[in-house]
Design a protein around this ligand. Structure first.
Ligand code: GLV
Ligand code: MN
Ligand code: MN
Length: 416
């Protein structure tokens, strides 16, 4: 069988096999970190890596790494990969496709007896999405030494379970989270293949996106606190209505993003009123905010406006507030020479390509400030993602694998 056809069949099989690792079968992929579905998925990835001839290890953060030995094992490795967790009711391609394509690159290197100068590592990161704890990039952050025990205690899911306790529930020891850190200069470059999750490549019928910038992200959980009272008897001027105050802030957030331009976006994705009754004035209104922009000053500006508005509205109401920052990731620009090299490969194969920025966050967002990093996008049909209809034709993954393999074997990936 021709190599491209073999790659196509293996990717189709692997993408399909991973679909079972969800807690919401038939209703999209739900693979939250530190759950059985996530553990089963990471075990399946381990098996694929072993079958591909890789040395496999897992770490205390729940990451899985597969390694093909290079000629000179002392040199920093070439790393490719993405994440295996998902959002609630998400799709079957976000994250996992990047890991499976990187494993396919390893298989091709093995089958062709192509030993690289340095180790080739496939990374399957845990908890990139931040779906469960509102944070994100836990696994890749731990690899870079950016997570500690306090962090694990600090962030909690909607049921009040901390990252610390969630880890212990699946036999990972948060007291040793530092062990997940890789030594400085042990990775020479990182490539993440990902579905675009937006409409551009599909609409313009372009094969591949060369990502030169990833938008920065700020995330908050905000609690506006008032007082519970009777909805029928409490006059309007005697209420401390947390929903009334919070909604005055929330209703401005999307407009502040629109006014900022530069494709900046802001989302309130979750709103909770407590105690939550039709005839009780809410004593607390909790909401999440996720702000994204390629410009740091826009991120700072929108978040200041939100914080000021929360202060003002709670003051007018006579209540209180709490603002918890969940994530503060700066916009990053990706490695020009690695992008140039991928462009040359696209031209050689006759694949159409487009330089673009990513509005979605990725492990590459936290890795890029530390390690030369690049991203490759494949089209998402109708731009749909973070929902069950997410789809990418396997032909695009086959093309991406060719580009990834070229990069793995290029001299550029061999810089220290
Ligand atoms: C992850 O996909 C994100 O961009 O939030
Ligand atoms: Mn993703
Ligand atoms: Mn995602």
């Amino acid at each position: 069988m021709k190599q491209l056809e073999l790659t196509r069949q293996r990717l189709m099989r692997d993408l399909n096999d991973m679909k079972v690792f969800t807690t919401t079968p038939g209703k999209g992929c739900t693979r939250l970190p530190f759950t059985c579905a996530a553990q089963d998925c990471s075990n399946a990835l381990k098996r694929l890596m072993i079958q591909a001839g890789m040395e496999v290890c897992t770490d205390v953060a729940g990451n899985v790494f597969g390694r093909l030995p290079g000629h000179n094992r002392k040199l920093p490795c070439v790393m490719m990969g993405s994440h295996y967790d998902s959002v609630l009711h998400g799709g079957d391609y976000d994250g996992i496709a990047g890991i499976l394509c990187a494993i396919e690159v390893a298989r091709l290197l093995q089958e062709n007896g192509e030993q690289l100068e340095r180790d080739f590592v496939v990374a399957a990161f845990n908890d990139e999405e931040g779906m469960r704890f509102g944070t994100g990039y836990f696994g890749s952050g731990a690899m870079l030494g950016l997570r500690d025990v306090d962090y694990c205690h600090k962030y909690k899911d909607i049921d009040g379970i901390s990252i610390y306790d969630a880890m212990r529930a699946v036999d990972l020891d948060p007291e040793h989270i530092d062990d997940a850190r890789w030594p400085d200069r042990s990775i020479s470059c990182f490539l993440e293949l990902h579905i675009e999750q937006g409409p551009v490549l599909d609409r313009e019928n372009v094969d591949l996106g060369l990502v030169d910038c990833i938008a920065g992200i700020k995330r908050y959980v905000i609690k506006v606190k008032g007082r519970a009272d009777h909805a029928g008897t409490t006059p309007m001027d005697m209420r401390l209505d947390a929903v009334d105050a919070a909604s005055k802030v929330i209703s401005n957030i999307a407009d502040w993003a629109r006014e900022s331009g530069e494709e900046s976006v802001a989302t309130v994705g979750l709103i909770k009123a407590l105690p939550g009754g039709i005839n009780i004035i809410a004593e607390e209104c909790e909401f999440t905010v996720d702000i994204r922009s390629r410009k740091q000053e826009i991120l700072d500006n929108i978040s200041s406006k939100i914080i000021e508005a929360v202060k003002k509205e709670t003051n007018i109401m006579g209540g209180q507030y709490e603002i918890e920052e969940k994530l503060d990731a700066h916009p990053v620009y990706l490695c020009k020479s690695l992008l140039d090299s991928m462009e040359v490969s696209c031209r050689n194969y006759g694949y159409s390509f487009k330089y673009m920025s990513s509005g979605a966050g990725h492990d590459a967002l936290v890795i890029a400030p530390c390690i030369p990093t690049v991203m490759l996008f494949v089209p998402s049909v109708n731009g749909r993602s973070h929902c069950p209809v997410e789809f990418t034709d396997v032909e695009y993954f086959v093309k991406a694998v060719q580009i990834m393999r070229d990069l793995a074997t290029s001299k550029l990936s061999e810089r220290d």
